[in-house]
Write a protein that binds this ligand. Structure first.
Ligand code: SF4
Length: 194
């Protein structure tokens, strides 16, 4: 059975990158209204050392067992924050990010009220997902470092070459007697007209 949820929400201002077009105080007020949210705070730069220290301190002080970080794209800092929460004993997969920068503040620069409402929705979606997160264990399995590319058209040939250039053996499979696909049937190709 799942423990009683104790969710912490951290809203990053990213300097003025987020705070310039989203009302972060309003987001904190909103976050505090969500069930099982026991702590919510904003940080100027959550990925900085002081920002991460605040996340760690809050996890310990408020016994948080789920964390939502509303900041930038997970492509940028998901590993950072997974490592951050893990350092104070929280399973790294109990941390969820809400992208209120690339998906909101950067694209709604001139309508703070609407951007703030959208950021609330983004946070609420991540919060809803965080409620269902379960601890995960990372496992490693041996893999065969060999690739199969199906289709000998331009995309297939290109993929096969890229993989081969990366140092892996590739099997390219084509159902026709020759490779080249539709491109091979064309008389001339723009812009070289070859
Ligand atoms: S966590 Fe992301 S949004 Fe926040 S300061 Fe760092 S880069 Fe900016």
């Amino acid at each position: 059975m799942q423990d009683q949820l104790r969710i912490g929400i951290f809203v990053c201002e990213c300097g003025s990158n987020i705070a310039g077009s989203v009302d972060c105080d309003e987001l904190i007020k909103f976050a505090k209204t969500l069930p099982d949210v026991v702590f919510a705070i904003k940080n100027t730069y959550t990925c900085s050392d002081p920002g991460q220290d605040e996340v760690k301190r809050s996890i310990i002080e408020h016994k948080l067992n789920r964390v939502v970080i509303a900041s930038c794209s997970p492509r940028m800092h998901e590993p950072t924050f997974r490592k951050c929460v893990e350092e104070v004993g929280l399973n790294p997969y109990l941390m969820e990010m809400a992208n209120i920068r690339e998906h909101c503040s950067w694209i709604h620069l001139h309508d703070k009220k609407s951007a703030t409402e959208k950021a609330k929705d983004i946070i609420k979606a991540s919060y809803a997902r965080a409620r269902h997160l379960e601890p995960q264990t990372e496992l490693e399995f041996p893999v065969t470092k060999r690739a199969l590319v199906i289709g000998g058209g331009v995309a297939g040939i290109h993929s096969a070459l890229d993989i081969a250039n990366a140092g892996y053996q590739v099997c390219l499979v084509e159902k026709q007697p020759s490779i080249g696909g539709i491109t091979a049937q064309l008389d001339k190709i723009y812009p070289s007209m070859d």
